[in-house]
Design a protein around this ligand. Sequence first.
Ligand code: SAM
Length: 515
Amino acid sequence: MSLSIEVWHLARALIARRLGLDFSQLRRADLEREFARILGNLSPPAVDRYLDRLASLPDDSPEWGRLAGELTVGETYFFRDHACFEALEREILPTLIATHRAEGILRLRLWSAGCATGEEPYSLAILIDRLLPDRWEWTVTVLATDINPKALEAAHRGLYREWSFRETPQWIRDCYFRPRGKETFELDPRIRQMVAFVPLNLAQECYPAVMTNTNAMDLILCRNVIMYFTRDAQQATLSRLQDALVSGGWLAVSPAEAAADLVRPLVLVQFPWATFFRKEPRDASDEAASLPTRTLAQWPAEASVPVLDLAAVVPDTPCDPPVFPQVQMQVHAAATPPETEPILERARAFADQGRLEEAYRLCQNALGRDRLDVEAHLMLAAVCQEREDIPAALEALRRAIYLDPDSASANFLLGSLLFRQGHMGRARRCMETVVTLLCAVPRDEPVRGSGGLTAGRLLETAQGYLAMGSSPSGDSKPSDTQGSRPRNDDPKANKLTGARQALAGAGPAQKGNEP
Ligand SMILES: C[S@@+](CC[C@H](N)C(=O)[O-])C[C@H]1O[C@@H](n2cnc3c(N)ncnc32)[C@H](O)[C@@H]1O
């Protein structure tokens, strides 16, 4: 049995709108097969009911998560596409590292968008581990997002089978994995901890945003993902991903997806067998900092055959003191936000450009003027999260929630941080609070302190976290039973207690006064 033309059009439009996926004629049979698998048959009443139900559910509900899992291809493996990782290892990451080092900003922000079961972001993390001998001095973010909650759970576990290593040098497996049973390999927890797995639907407007930590990226890998999208969804996704890059930042898609017209105005940079796109520094004074746009013909002959030996980082080679290439100082070109803008808007603009020190100073300024400003605490938390200063981010969030227990943004940020830290019980309660706070709010209403995210988007992202399920590393701390809300049942009354006055006072708030 197959879907009627009308029903197929209906289904395909709904799926394109919600997931970005393209089920035009070429993939119609795939859609019918998956529907038949889910429903047991394709009888018109069953399909109609199913489509009605899907249309009434938010994108990140378990049902959509399940469908996304069925409809998407999760194929991936470590160091997939040698040429791409060669370019990362030999050119792009060393240049980024050297540039940031020269600037004195020891920070790197990388994002694997559409990470499936984690092999891609973990490959990045392994590269960083080898290329940054002084990693502990650095703030490194490796964000990994996907729409499929099951894939994210598997990624989080870090257990892999032989098939995930089909193009991986043996020494990488020896160095970073240990056998678990006969056919399973467990990733070194040190590498696992470098990657934050987060649910995110690329087809929706929930990024870039400080709130979802999807801004100011130095490098985004979005490979083998948008090839399954409709043209409109490809365009919208790539445009948002561009916005998520700092100037001078890099984007990689797979060769099949590398249509230059889709990524304009990013500049195509051709490496041997690998194509990347770069958001050029906009200011003329930055030109010296850009990598030359080399074509294949200009590349040295010996480099023209890509071999992933990760030569610069092979272990057992005596470790010379690292030599960092001399690069010109890269002044981030994006314009400095005008002084006339509200202080927190300026802080957000700086954060979006990766200028976290300026953003941090402005948040502190705002708090110097008004220590009860919930949005300033929130912005500070987001900036601290970007700086990977998690204790400071948690502290700022505790203050924000204390001042406004009903802040969906604060509960969301706290929940996402707790998820990252493996405190699953508390994280889930924060996300449940977000759902409770937002479920009755009109979907297109902007949420205060979220940097423009709508209630619908934040709600769905919170539901996406909840769909990831609980992990065995759930926390067991006694305070866990309290969730993110203060103990006092009346949050408004709580806001007016002495602790609030302490927050308002000149000195630092007394921790003991806070929930
Ligand atoms: C083929 S895998 C690519 C994995 C990895 N990037 C690589 O190249 O090896 C495609 C992934 O994209 C994810 N995906 C598909 N549509 C998505 C969407 N709308 N938002 C986020 N992820 C999506 C799928 O769940 C799947 O895990």
